[in-house]
Design a binder for this molecule. Structure first.
Ligand code: PLP
Length: 444
C-alpha cells in the first residue's frame, strides 16, 4: 500500500512517544552529534539489541543495518562475546599492566592480517590512524601524508579535511572540515584523486617529501571494488620509496578475515584496525612490517615514537575481541554468506531502480553498502551530486516506519546475524519505500 512521507512521519511519531520524551529531556544537556537518521520526527533512542535487531525505548523492533557503525560482524549481543565479557568482569577488567589477553588478540590479528608482523593496540580507529601517521613520519623522517578525496580516517586534526569542490579533479585541493583545525596542518597533508591515474603521478612528483600514502581498504563513502587501483598504488609507492598504508578500520575482519588485504591481494607496509577487532568494545590497532613497527618500541629506539593510552589493550576489550575474531576465524563461511547476501541486496535494489527508472543506486563491496540518490555513475566522491534531500528524507522515514534502521551516515552493513529472511525484508522495505517516494513524485 502506498503511503506519503507525511503519513510515515505521523505513524512513526505515534509509535515512539518515549523516544520523543527522552529527546526533549536530553536536548539541553547532551550536545548533538549522535548519529541521527535524516529528518526523523525526533531522535529514536535504542534500548537493546539482539542479533540483527535493535529495539527502541518504546520497544519497536528494527532490522539494524548500522550494527554499531559496522562493528558487530556477528550481530548484537552475540552469546560468545557476551560470555567473554561477563567472564572478564568477574575477574576485574582494567589493570594498566600487561595481560595475556593482549597477546591472544595480537596473535589472532597477526595470523589474519598479511602485513601484521607487529601489533600496537589503542582505543579507537582515530587513534590508530594518528599513530600510523606518526610512525610513518618517525620512520621516514618526512612529514607529508597523502590521503584520497572522499576519505575518512577518524576525527583527529590530520583527518579533518575535505575536497574543495571547485578544485581540479586530477589535482584536488582541500578545505578544513569545520573550524578549529590548525591551518599549519594543510601543508602536511596532500590530497590525491581517488581511482584516478593522476594520483600516481602526484605520488611520484611528491615522493621526496611524502612519508606515506594512506588509503581505506574500501572507501566507506564510496564502497566499490578498488583492488586494481590499490595494487597499482602499492607498486608506485614501492618504486618511489614512499610507505603504503591501508586503513582497515572498517574493512578489517569485515570483507574477509584478512580484510581488504586478503580480498584484493595487497600487502601494505602498515595497516590500521578498529571496529570488528574489538568485538563491540572500543579498540584501535596499528600493525605492519617489523622494521617499521619497531619505531613503537619506545623513544630510546632509533627513530622511536611515543604511543600510549590508559585504556590501550585493556582486558575487557581484549576478551571481547578474542571471542569475536576467534569465532570468525573458526567459521570462515560467514564471509561467503555475508558477502553474497550484500551482493544480492545491492543487485535486487539496483535492478528494481533500473526497471522503474528510479534515480537511485546502491554501491557495495560484500556486506558494506551505501545508497546514493542519483542515476549518474560514481567512480569517486567527486561524482556524487548534491543530495535530493526531499526524496532521501522521505525514503528514510518510510524505511524506519517499516522497521528498518539505516544509519544517518548511510554507511550500512549486514552481519552474520542477518538471516536470508532479514535480507528479503530489507529488499522489500527498500523497494517499497522507493516506490512510495516515486509515487509521491519526489524524484522530480
Ligand atoms: C576507515 C576509518 N578509519 C578510521 C575511523 C575512525 O575510527 P573511530 O571512530 O573508532 O575513531 C573510521 C570510523 O568510522 C573509519 O571508517
Amino acid at each position: 500500500m502506498t503511503a506519503t512521507a507525511a503519513q510515515a512521519r505521523a505513524e512513526l511519531e505515534a509509535k515512539t512517544p518515549k523516544s520523543r520524551e527522552i529527546a526533549g529531556d536530553r536536548s539541553e544537556i547532551l550536545n548533538s552529534g549522535l548519529a541521527a537518521n535524516l529528518e526523523m520526527p525526533h531522535a529514536i533512542f535504542i534500548e537493546r539489541g539482539d542479533g540483527s535487531r535493535v529495539f527502541d525505548a518504546d520497544d519497536n523492533e528494527y532490522i539494524d543495518t548500522s550494527v554499531g557503525f559496522g562493528l558487530h560482524m556477528l550481530g548484537h549481543n552475540h552469546p560468545l562475546i557476551n560470555e567473554a565479557i561477563k567472564t572478564r568482569t568477574d575477574k576485574g577488567w582494567m589493570f594498566g599492566i600487561h595481560t595475556t589477553a593482549q597477546l591472544g588478540l595480537a596473535t589472532l590479528l597477526h595470523e589474519a592480517s598479511p602485513c601484521a608482523e607487529r601489533v600496537v593496540f589503542c582505543n579507537t580507529g582515530s587513534e590508530a590512524t594518528m599513530y600510523a601517521f606518526r610512525a610513518a613520519r618517525g620512520f621516514t623522517g618526512r612529514e607529508k601524508i597523502a590521503l584520497f578525496d572522499g576519505f575518512y580516517h577518524g576525527a583527529h586534526d590530520y583527518g579533518m579535511w575535505m575536497t574543495d569542490p571547485s578544485s581540479p579533479r586530477s589535482a584536488p585541493t582541500k578545505l578544513p572540515m569545520g573550524h578549529g583545525i590548525p591551518s599549519a596542518i594543510d601543508d602536511l597533508m596532500l590530497l590525491l584523486p581517488y581511482q584516478d591515474a593522476s594520483a600516481f603521478d602526484l605520488v611520484r612528483k611528491h615522493a621526496d617529501e611524502l612519508a606515506m600514502v594512506f588509503v581505506e581498504g574500501v572507501q566507506s563513502s564510496n564502497p566499490q571494488h578498488c583492488g586494481e587501483f590499490l595494487a597499482e598504488l602499492a607498486e608506485v609507492c614501492k618504486s618511489c620509496g614512499v610507505l603504503f598504508g591501508l586503513d582497515e578500520v572498517i574493512t578489517g575482519f569485515r570483507l574477509a578475515l584478512g580484510g581488504a588485504q586478503e580480498l584484493f591481494s595487497v600487502t601494505p607496509d602498515i595497516a590500521t584496525y578498529g571496529k570488528v577487532l574489538g568485538g563491540g568494545l572500543p579498540i584501535g590497532a596499528v600493525t605492519g612490517r617489523a622494521d617499521l613497527m619497531n619505531v613503537f618500541t619506545g623513544l630510546a629506539a632509533e627513530r622511536g615514537v611515543f604511543s600510549g593510552g590508559t585504556f590501550s589493550g585493556n582486558p575487557l576489550t581484549m576478551a571481547a575481541g578474542q571471542a569475536a575474531v576467534g569465532h570468525l576465524k573458526d567459521n570462515p563461511e560467514i564471509y561467503n554468506r555475508c558477502n553474497s547476501e550484500g551482493d544480492r541486496l545491492a543487485r535486487s535494489v539496483n535492478e528494481f531502480c533500473s526497471d522503474r527508472q528510479i534515480p537511485v543506486q546502491v554501491l557495495n563491496v560484500g556486506s558494506m553498502f551505501h545508497m546514493f540518490f542519483q542515476r549518474q555513475p560514481i567512480n569517486s566522491m567527486r561524482d556524487v551530486q548534491g543530495k535530493n534531500a526531499e526524496a532521501e528524507s522521505a525514503f528514510y522515514l518510510h524505511t524506519l516506519n517499516s522497521g528498518v534502521l539505516v544509519p544517518g551516515t548511510q554507511r550500512a552493513f549486514l552481519s552474520a546475524a542477518h538471516s536470508t529472511q532479514d535480507v528479503d525484508k530489507l529488499i522489500d522495505v527498500f523497494t517499497d519505500s522507493l516506490a512510495d517516494v516515486a509515487a509521491e513524485g519526489l524524484f522530480g
